[in-house]
Design a protein around this ligand. Structure first.
Ligand code: AHG
Ligand code: MN
Ligand code: MN
Length: 314
């Protein structure tokens, strides 16, 4: 496989999954999610950017697009024939699709991440976490797959089933074809994406950001989790943080459908993802709306965050 985009021939998503001996029902599930993304793309390009007049269980106002994207993906999963339970960022409860989950998968997803920046035409995405069986509230390390679709100037899809991380691009026929496989991240970052209000940073986070700046890291923050993580994977360098803040010990991002899938992908690429004390993937969820601080990207920079936080807690 040559570098990005110069494949000898177009390998599509389904073929790539089959050639890596992914279980047929998981191939079907991942391809169904990819198919649903085409309708989400259409709703972003042409849809109503207004508010839906409802809010999700986080009390966040839902945009019409949030609700539409949630409906598109939920329906597709319900009719896939391989799904047991569904947990969406936009829904109040876990949706039980089948009582008998043997051989089925359960899916947690953020149908439209970054919906607050879609009306200023910045890149947004769909984030998906897949477990085997019924139980979705398990440590992220037990995921069998994770993926995201990035709706940017180009539409790209990133997935891992535990055998490396692979990127696909949407072609003019709206097919996802392989751009690069087995993506890896370096040990050291040269860019950083600091989420959260700076005036709420703790002294430990202030020192961490200062250390990143001192080593020459550039600040790159779009406000969209998917493009900001995609930047780390494609450049192979970088660290994203949405830390604990004064008054917000768990930061902002949600464990089930934002942090677990991204942590799975980044660890598969040789990076790390921590809540500031230990791996995100080892956190045992207490509920479906758990939030956690996140430091994710180059291993050495994630370790540096843990070291500084530990020192301030001694
Ligand atoms: P969502 O649109 O699903 O609510 O997620 C938005 C998240 C994530 O995309 C991003 O990293 C973070 O919110 C940005 O938060 P701030 O606006 O506080 O920076
Ligand atoms: Mn989100
Ligand atoms: Mn969202």
């Amino acid at each position: 496989m040559s570098e990005r985009g110069k494949t000898k021939f177009q390998i599509d998503l389904r073929r790539h999954l089959r050639e890596r001996n992914v279980a047929p029902d998981l191939v079907h599930l991942i391809c169904e999610i990819a198919e649903a993304s085409k309708y989400i793309i259409n709703s972003i390009r042409t849809g109503d950017l207004g508010v839906a007049g409802t809010s999700n269980l986080y009390g966040e106002q839902q945009l019409a697009l949030d609700v539409l994207a949630d409906r598109i993906l939920t329906k597709r999963l319900q009719h896939s024939g391989v799904v047991g339970n569904v947990l969406s960022e936009e829904a109040d409860d876990i949706i039980c699709v089948s009582n008998n989950c043997n051989g089925l998968y359960s899916v947690a997803f953020d149908p439209l991440d970054g919906s607050s920046i879609v009306n200023v035409n910045l890149a947004v995405g769909t984030i998906v976490s897949i477990f085997g069986g019924c139980n979705l509230l398990r440590p992220g390390r037990e995921q069998v797959a994770a993926m995201y679709i990035l709706y940017g100037p180009r539409t790209t899809l990133m997935y891992s089933t535990g055998e490396g991380v692979h990127e696909f691009g949407m072609n003019q026929l709206m097919e996802y074809t392989l751009l690069q496989e087995n993506i890896t991240i370096d040990q050291q970052a040269n860019l950083y994406s600091p989420g959260g209000l700076r005036n709420l940073f703790t002294p430990a986070i202030e020192e961490y950001v200062q250390k990143l700046e001192e080593k020459g890291c550039k600040l790159r923050y779009s406000g969209g989790f998917v493009p900001d993580i995609n930047q780390v994977l494609i450049k192979g360098k970088g660290v994203f943080l949405y830390p604990h803040l004064q008054g917000k010990p768990n930061g902002k991002l949600r464990l089930s459908f934002e942090l677990n899938p991204m942590a799975f992908l980044v660890e598969q690429a040789g990076g790390a993802a921590s809540d500031g004390h230990g791996p995100i993937l080892d956190r045992v969820p207490e509920g479906k709306d758990d939030r956690a601080p996140i430091f994710i990207g180059c291993k050495e920079d994630v370790a540096m965050a843990e070291d500084i936080i530990r020192r301030y807690e001694e």
